[in-house]
Design a protein around this ligand. Structure first.
Ligand SMILES: [Zn+2]
Length: 59
């Protein structure tokens, strides 16, 4: 079984200044790992649509 060092580095960088997975801006308290509540909600929506196989149009 291989242990990748990059995984450990990811955890460290996540704590320091992670980027919002939704819009790639720097994460901000108290929304980390997101930059805003909007992005957190967007990611949740994405997760939910994946989970249920639904499609939500953003436009
Ligand atoms: Zn964002």
């Amino acid at each position: 079984m291989e242990v990748k060092k990059s995984k450990k580095n990811n955890i460290i960088s996540l704590k320091k200044n992670s980027k919002c997975p939704t819009c790639k801006k720097i994460s901000r308290e108290p929304f980390i790992p997101f930059c805003s509540k909007k992005c957190a909600n967007l990611d949740l929506m994405k997760w939910l649509t994946d989970e249920h196989g639904l499609q939500i149009k953003s436009d």
